[in-house]
Design a protein around this ligand. Sequence first.
Ligand code: ZN
Length: 701
Amino acid sequence: MSTRAFAPFVLGALVACSASPGKIPETPIAVAPPPEPDKKPVIIPSTPVPMSPIAVDEAALDKSVDPCDDFYAYACGGWKKATPIPDDRSSWTRSFSEIDERNEQRLKTTLEAYVAGKNAKDVDAKKLADFYGTCMDENGVEKAGLGPIAPALQIVDGIKDKKDVGPALAQLWSLGYGPLFGFGSGQDFGDATQVIGQLEQGGLGLPDRDYYFDKGAKADEIRTAYVEHVAAMLKLANRGDDAAAIMKFETALATASMVREERREPKKVYHKMNILAVDKLAPTLGFPAFFAKLGVGSAAPINVLQPKFVEGVEKALQKQPVEAWRAYLAWQLIHERAPTLPKAFVDESFRFTSTHLTGAKAQLPRWKRCISAVDHAIGESLGRSFVRDTFGEDGKKTTHDMVVEIEKAMQRNLETLPWMDAATRKKAQEKLAKIGNKIGYPDKFRDYSALSVGHVHASNALAADAFEFARQVAKIGKPLDRNEWYMTPHQVNAYYDANMNEMVFPAGILQAPFFDKRATLATNFGGIGMVMGHELTHGFDDEGRQFDGDGNLKDWWSKKVGGEFEKRAGCLVKQYDGYSPVKENDKPVYVKGKLTLGENLADLGGVKLAYAAFKETRKGQPDAALNGFTEDQQFFLGFAQGWCQNARPQMLVVRVKTDPHSPAEFRVNGPLVNVKEFASAFQCKPAAKMVKTDKNRCEIW
Ligand SMILES: [Zn+2]
């Protein structure tokens, strides 16, 4: 719910979309979506369930489109026409959004039962009930006003001299706030068995540094609107109008910030140093005292992801007047906690983001926002009941068996890949053999017993953030706990973690249309099989390939083979650079081929691995055509129909600028133009739009 960032790498997973290497969630929310009134949620009519087995959703098709011309439009056109985006959403996806909707309804039933005092024996039942109930109590939130954040604002107002900034920041961090930069813990890139401190750039109110510098009428409009929004929020908080100074301050931070494409490069964000070295980057801030106050040992190693940013903070300390520091920090606190504050703050935040960034027409109903808040605060306890009710041992086994098939497909692929040499092939095989899998939910759930929850929502949210921050800090300098999960069990998502060298599939995603017990094998392999292949390929994408089987950042490639990889990956960069899903100021906004490279590699590898695993599983058996679709056609449609999406133009623009994933239509057509078996399945002619020539085809894994 808040915008703060804890763990390192996990920045991507826990917060709004970040392009840090490592754990990147597959469906990041580009802009924190804080919505509102208890409008009845728009229920999307679910497609009628045909008699088993299930293969292609024919109602979703648009048969007027030639599949060889635009497969995404063919597979999803009918669905797109029939499925409006709910007012409270900026996009709606046939898989992720619909599963999310179901999961949220289940969690709501559970939480309401806890509030009513039922199932009181469940672990943390009372804590969950108190947190959710207090969040739902809008009168209570109004009554509390700004009270819960008043102590933090006092700390900020107590800054009289620049030397006060460091101690004030330490106090704020220990109370659960996270202004100015991201700080937490994470695995050491150089020694994946150890956890170290991680300090990352942050502190911006707009979705990306580029928003402070982009040219054009639209960019100017957003900046002007942002300054007005800052002023409006400060006015609500009865503070002076310092919006212009705050914008200037944030622009200085943005200047020192690393661009998104570079943040995906592990070597560019690995600068391990001791606290004295961190101190040298920004001597005025007093990092040694800052870390000491937070309980970080003086010998703790810290990875400063962007040293230039920390130097930028020092520059700001020199140049910006102390009044600007006070104004900026007060704004950041109000902005960060806005979702937990009275309605006027929530409404003003929504007004700005919906008008200029997301295009949503209404806020999410309060119960959904409160479920997100509970998820953020006590997520693993919330997930316990979910997996108990929805995910049995058979689900775990079926999923595991499919992952094994996908891994075997990768093994076969590695054996025959023509551009590999023997030494690199051997290392790649070793890495593959060491990839771990986590399926469903953690073996050991997190212990929240030391977190106390009271009856003021904003204070509860702060207490939970302070609790999590303390947990992060306590890990610094210690060996890694390999059992930890970076997503909660009910999340509709998955990740590959290069440092852990493991794939993680929470129970939340293991549902229709990705996975359905009643579906044909072809459809399931196209659905969840592709997701598994996607995660596996992340281990060998442009970032993942830089880590070895033990999760260490270590070059295991021969020079020649590394060059081959880059040449081949360059083919995809060029392909996606040419895609544009939306216009701004009447000009097409193009996908960033470099920013999205890792995901595009994973999408292409994912489809190919899932297809290979599917064919192997069905080897020697006659084609099980269903309703006129061959098995191969079912596979490719099962894949494509998982990505059917409608998105508002504003959101598409933000996504293209910030999201390492390509827009949905290119996540389907982008890989398939490179897959020969797709062309055969639909008997596409060589000159068709969905078919690349042998010479132009991108082939990596
Ligand atoms: Zn991915």
